[in-house]
Design a protein around this ligand. Structure first.
Ligand code: NAD
Length: 326
């Protein structure tokens, strides 16, 4: 199959070329949108990532070029108009699971960094400043951690936090018996918000979870709570969170995803003017840590993403089902 890859970075090319044995891959740096879609001309399939825009207009144009498959090299598919794809008879596949540990461990990295301020200590020591002033944190041991969404990533995250000796509360529309057996207590979302010292989001972005963390949800939280989002940016109403940081209701914020991240995250904009005032404001808080959607960025996850995506494409080519159809 001829496959046009959108939004590619050098690591995508490295991992896909290493594991490809039968397909013709063309890598484009451009993200997919109504204008760049023409790059797919002559391809049988496209391969896209989290911020590619796969809306009805793009899908109509893909269908006009006889593109028959959209292969997402990620788990989330909130950026694809599935109904438009179904009507255009274009199959959509994804990578439902690739090292959930990669993302879960990154959430823990955000917690540890925000808490123990290792990012500040690193800079201080390198400048010859060995003062401990304002670096104090808190023990994670016996703190209450709330997990919203206990699928593959939330489950891995809950296990790590149990290992720290935390009390782990969870909310999910489908409770996970393995976690209950391991000591996680399922409760209402209100209870998770009210009792947790740290809240970590691991549910998908859907109509029901859009702005799950808004003014009302924040009002229910403990004063000074830590909020971590490694899932999808729009789970959080960013403006509400900015206000909660200003009023000190929220004590810490760790983000690997941001509502308006497309066109910003994954790009080197160090010589550009940042026009997103909300992101600029977030970056001014000393108790906010932002990474640009790197939760998936481990050797293991990148390998699994490439292998599963190529298998999905081969299964489609041979007329069989990979089981990863959306
Ligand atoms: P998953 O499908 O295994 O788990 C999602 C869980 O959320 C399920 O248990 C589901 O029942 C639950 N859920 C659904 N709707 C809910 C709701 N309204 N309230 C509470 N829980 C709800 O998915 P996963 O592999 O664990 O991934 C979770 C999310 O992480 C993905 O949707 C994706 O957005 C994000 N993600 C981020 C990165 C990154 O690099 N930062 C990488 C991979 C995935």
């Amino acid at each position: 199959m001829k496959i046009a890859f959108f939004s590619t970075k050098p690591y995508d090319k490295d991992f896909f070329e290493k594991h490809n044995h039968s397909h013709e891959l063309t890598f484009y740096e451009a993200s997919l949108n109504e204008n760049s879609v023409r790059l797919a001309e002559g391809s049988d399939a496209i391969c896209v990532f989290v911020n590619d825009k796969v809306n009805a207009t793009v899908i109509e144009k893909l269908a006009g070029m006889n593109v028959r498959l959209i292969a997402l090299r990620c788990a989330g598919f909130n950026n694809v108009d599935l109904e438009a794809a179904r009507q255009a008879n274009i199959v959509v596949v994804r990578v439902p699971a690739y090292s959930p540990h990669a993302v879960a461990e990154h959430a823990v990295a955000l917690i540890l960094t925000l808490n123990r301020k290792t990012h500040k200590a690193y800079n201080r020591v390198r400048e010859g400043n060995f003062s401990l002033e304002k670096l104090s944190g808190f023990d994670l041991f016996q703190k209450t951690v709330g997990v919203i969404g206990t699928g593959k990533i939330g489950e891995a995250f809950a296990h790590i936090m149990l290992g720290f000796g935390c009390k782990v509360l969870a909310f999910d529309i489908f409770p996970n018996q393995h976690l209950i057996d391991a000591g996680v207590q399922y409760t209402t979302i209100e209870d998770v918000l009210a009792q947790s010292d740290i809240i970590s989001l691991h549910c998908p972005l859907t109509d029901k979870t859009l702005h799950l963390i808004n003014d009302q949800a924040i009002a229910k939280m403990k004063n000074g709570a830590m909020l971590i989002n490694t899932s999808r940016g729009a789970l959080i109403d960013t403006q509400a969170v900015v206000e909660a940081l200003k009023s000190k209701k929220l004590g810490y914020l760790g983000l690997d995803v941001y509502e308006q991240e497309s066109n910003i995250f994954f790009n080197d904009l160090s010589e550009e003017i940042l026009v997103d005032d909300t992101l600029a404001r977030l970056m001014t808080f000393p108790n906010v840590l932002i990474t640009s959607h790197q939760g998936f960025l481990t050797e293991e996850a990148l390998t699994q993403i490439a292998v599963t995506t190529l298998n999905n494409i081969s299964a489609f080519e041979s007329g069989t089902k990979s089981g990863n159809e959306v």
